[in-house]
Design a protein around this ligand. Sequence first.
Ligand SMILES: [Fe+2]
Length: 374
Amino acid sequence: MDATARAHDDRVVLTWPDGRSDELPHVWLRDNCVCAECRDPDAWERRLDTVTLPEGLVPARVAVDDGLVVDWPDGHRTVLSASWLAAHAPGRTAPEPTEATGVPWDAAIAEQPPEIAHEELADDAHLLRWLRLIRDYGFALVRDVPTDAKAVVGLAERVAFVQETNFGHTFEVVSKPDPENLAYTAHRLYAHTDIPNRHSAVNLQLLHCLENSAEGGESILVDGFEAARRLEQQDPEAYELLRTVWVPWRFQDETTDIANRFPVIGTDDRGRLLEIRFNTAILAPLDLEPDLLVRYYDALRAFGRIVRDPDLEYRFRMAPGDCQVFDNQRVLHARGAFDPSSGHRHLQGCYVDKDDFRGRLRALERDGADFRTR
Ligand SMILES: [Fe+2]
């Protein structure tokens, strides 16, 4: 390894040939020892006990050889490779490959929507291409999926496995008597995300068209992150309300009652968009303090106007064999009313949990490299 290392105070300063340097606290170096004693070579989980690491630990010797070599006073030796250090040194951790690079889009995406042919997905390289499209655009269409019942399950299992919910392992989007939710009617559905009432809001939603001969029932997708950015520009106060006020979501039927509070716009510790929860059909009665409540309705209206703006709507008609696959925590979906007396409209859907989708993407991104070296 080509670098120089010196211990200084509570850290090792590692200087690379290009002049860049990394500061590696001693406690961090000891904690990340990758020897078989400190990290299980098979499970690749830490065996060393982080919380009982001694305070004020200082190495006996630091050297650069085939990696950074640190000898500890008790005789233990830690060796970390240049590539591992480049990937993990504090303050320069590479962005997660699954972090949404978030290509924003609007109605113009109709000219060239992200899509892939079903038969291509037999190949892992194309599978990765498809999952990256979903990561970047929040959706991708799959064309020519066989119109067999449960073909959507095969597609979900190409990613990981189906996340079962109170709506079942799969669900049938058809107009039917006594519907348990509005999707199972012929009514228009405004742009929404599914099941925001669940703590673990599902990430991937797959909707596979088996039949679509009814008049109407046009599909609509909207980039919820782009909508949130527009709201932030146009009405910062509304954006802050939707971001910071946690509101009650609830779905109930004869056998279940799933309720949780979450904000409409979820952000991470750096204020970056994480998720959108927007489905007024299952927004429980708002219980905010009255002045706040009135302002909150204004904020909901402002966001609703943006997500229903035709400038943001990607509109399309599903044909049998089409499957829309979207990130339900970013992309809102809608459909036009249809006339059930004019023909049949039947979509079969299922969900995949976000961790399983992102986990599969991350594993494919490794491109065969041994995860133990990363
Ligand atoms: Fe839905």
